[in-house]
Unconditional design. Structure first.
Length: 69
């Protein structure tokens, strides 16, 4: 299903560019406040999640090492 186009040509071009870079663009219902939402590619979000998990695991290992001494 294609999204509805933004009425401003310049903004529509920017949204098309975002989509070409892997972003997801969804127009809201016409009666909703604002025109729509943009979502960054899930790969970026997945990398952020992995970074958080790795940081937590590193912290857990460091804490365990401190308790063993």
């Amino acid at each position: 299903m294609s999204r509805r186009r933004h009425p401003d040509r310049t903004i529509e071009q920017a949204l098309a560019y975002a989509e070409s870079q892997g972003w997801r663009v969804e127009g809201l219902e016409p009666r909703a406040h604002g025109w729509g939402k943009m979502y960054c590619p899930s790969e970026n979000h997945a990398r952020q999640i992995k970074r958080v998990v790795d940081g937590c695991l590193r912290r857990a290992i460091e804490t365990d090492d401190e308790h063993e001494d």
